[in-house]
Design a binder for this molecule. Structure first.
Ligand code: FES
Ligand code: MG
Length: 596
């Protein structure tokens, strides 16, 4: 992004505590007996203790040297503890399985379900009355929320916050997004490898998670939109003073939630999910959001699928001017007012203003006085950055389900593929197949069969094929074509980084390794995408497809390298279904099994 002018604006909404925070009152009788009290209050138990009116509050710590995006939580947790103690609770901090997006191989998503399982066991198996979920890096937020929802004890999400703005010279460089831009510039010879590396290094200027609207910012924004984080909290940069205040207030609030017995199942209703989908469009949220929210819904027992995403989200506008769909980064986002729920609310486009949040008020009540004084960062609903900016849900002979993020369809892509006067929303061409990212990296620049009308296919990158599903579908054209200004459409059974601005067709389900059609394609097959009809088809007859399946057999994938990979492959569902452990979803609200 070229350097937008920096305007010094006072934040319109600095972080304040919800109005109904009460002073701790020892006599407050919890709405139901404390779980910890029932647990310990057994005359035969030598562990019996008497002062059990103080709720035991877990602090799920995701910060560590292995998860630097969340590491600042090691400091923030102290403020959370202070808040818990001030409100009359007892804090108990414990570590979570680390998940680091940029480092974990073969994919960080492989560990989302592992961290989920491990946290379920902790929350269920210890006498905790409530839990503060310290979120941040991409998969930490959904893993924590999924587990807290399965167990269903009072829970609150607290985000570590984004990094500060980063600059290369006067140019804003957003985490993640700079990688995809530098990769193309390098392939076309516009910059050197050293320059690319320097830009990437500059893009991480402080503690905190990615400062773009990638998966980390998105999932934390959506946790707030769902009502599971304090209003105004998700956008506060990690190093701002307000972040510490937010940690303290989060600690106080969880104690109230325990005393009032407000559980995830009270907040995570279908209405809450529909609100989150609407907000996701307004902020230009990550393509990983449908995966994680569909998964969370499954664990809470709410019906949610990719048709809901298109039905609610597609026709809404993009309001937030933050990379990768816009120009700015998260510091401007926060200073402009943070999560722009009020814009949807005032336009009567927030699907369910009455949905309950953890403040004890509805989402509409939480934000009805908010506004922005930075309309270049948060665009007004009537004059948005882009209209119809949600996800397309595509189906056809190529797959049963795949999504496309419309807010990142560039002018270049539109000119090349979506501007045929007789067929304006469709494109077609011969395919070039890559069996996984390793083959793509090794062969892209040498493949002679890639032309200006090719469609690139990435397969073997789904939950089973590349355990956890790799973020590799956002491919680029070979350097010789980039130099001519050519972009190529991408389709794949894997994912792409939420920081990527590529309008790829992602999450093709079922994946090749699960018998999906991508596994039976051959180079040169003709594919047609019609965005108006939301269709994606290969030009083969049913007989030809049947013949291919017989002749080619199930798409081969490499053996598992770890025990978890093997167990995961047997247990996991499709990306379109949230990639959950299929056997796990029947376990719902399990804290009740203790009779409290
Ligand atoms: Fe952790 Fe982006 S890599 S937040
Ligand atoms: Mg990512």
């Amino acid at each position: 992004a070229s350097a937008p002018e920096i305007e010094i604006t006072r934040p319109v909404r600095s972080f304040t505590a919800p109005n109904d925070l009460k002073e701790p009152v020892e006599e407050i009788i919890p709405a139901v007996p404390l779980r910890s009290k029932v647990w310990f209050n057994n005359p035969d138990d030598v562990n019996e203790i008497t002062d059990l009116n103080r709720p035991l509050i877990g602090i799920a710590q995701t910060g560590s040297d292995l998860t630097p995006c969340n590491k600042h939580h090691l400091q923030l947790a102290k403020r959370v503890r202070d808040g818990i103690i001030a409100a009359g609770g007892t804090p108990i901090e414990f570590p979570c399985h680390p998940i680091q997006e940029g480092t974990k191989r073969p994919s960080a998503t492989l560990d989302r379900n592992l961290a989920y399982l491990s946290l379920v066991e902790v929350l269920y198996g210890y006498p905790l009355d409530g839990v503060v979920l310290l979120s941040g890096c991409d998969k930490t937020t959904p893993a924590l929320l999924m587990a807290a929802s399965t167990v269903n004890i009072p829970s609150i999400v607290m985000n570590v916050g984004p990094m500060l703005n980063a600059y290369a010279g006067s140019e804003l460089v957003g985490s993640g997004t700079v990688v995809w831009n530098a990769r193309e510039a390098l392939a076309s010879g516009r910059i050197t490898r050293d320059q690319a590396m320097q830009q990437v290094a500059l893009s991480a200027p402080s503690v905190g998670h990615c400062n773009t609207m990638g998966t980390a910012s998105t999932m934390n924004a959506l946790a707030e939109a769902l009502g599971m984080a304090l209003p105004g909290s998700s956008s506060i940069p990690a190093v701002y003073r307000e972040r510490g205040a937010c940690a303290y207030q989060t600690g106080r609030r969880i104690v109230d939630l325990v005393r009032q017995d407000v559980k995830p199942s009270d907040i995570l209703t279908k209405d809450a999910f529909e609100n989150a989908i609407a907000v996701c469009t307004a902020i230009g949220g990550s393509t990983n959001a449908p995966i994680h929210l569909n998964a969370l819904a499954k664990h809470v027992g709410v019906q949610l699928n990719c048709d809901d995403w298109e039905r609610i989200g597609y026709s809404l506008p993009l309001l937030l001017n933050v990379q990768p769909a816009g120009a700015y980064l998260c510091e401007e986002y926060h200073r402009a007012g943070g999560l722009p729920v009020w814009e949807l609310l005032n336009a009567d486009k927030l699907p369910h203003p009455d949905a309950l949040t953890l403040t004890g008020k509805s989402i509409g009540e939480n934000c009805n006085t908010d506004q922005t004084n930075a309309p270049h960062v948060i665009f007004p609903f009537e004059k948005p950055l882009k209209s119809n900016a949600g996800f397309f849900h595509l189906k056809g002979t190529l797959f049963n389900s795949a999504i496309m993020k419309t807010s990142v369809i560039s002018q270049a892509f539109t000119d090349q593929y979506l501007s045929n006067p007789t067929d304006p929303m469709a494109f077609e061409g011969p395919i070039v197949i890559f069996n996984g990212p390793e083959q793509y990296d090794a062969e892209l620049e040498h493949r002679k069969d890639i032309g200006a009308n090719s469609i690139l296919i990435m397969r073997g990158a789904g939950p089973i094929g590349y355990p956890g599903a790799a973020e590799v579908v956002n491919m680029h054209a070979p350097g010789r074509l980039i130099k001519q200004g050519i972009v190529l459409p991408c389709i794949g059974d894997g994912r792409q980084s939420g920081t990527s601005g590529t309008p790829s067709i992602l999450h093709a389900s079922p994946e090749a390794a699960a018998g999906g059609m991508l596994g039976y394609l051959k180079d040169g097959d003709w594919v047609r995408i019609d965005l108006n009809k939301r269709s994606a088809d290969v030009r083969l007859t049913l007989e030809e497809i049947a013949q291919r399946k017989k002749e080619m057999g199930l798409y081969p994938y490499p053996p598992a390298q770890t025990p978890w990979q093997e167990m995961y492959r047997e247990a996991v569902g499709d990306l379109s279904e949230g990639m959950v452990l299929k056997k796990a979803v029947k376990f719902q609200r399990i804290a009740q099994n203790f009779g409290v």
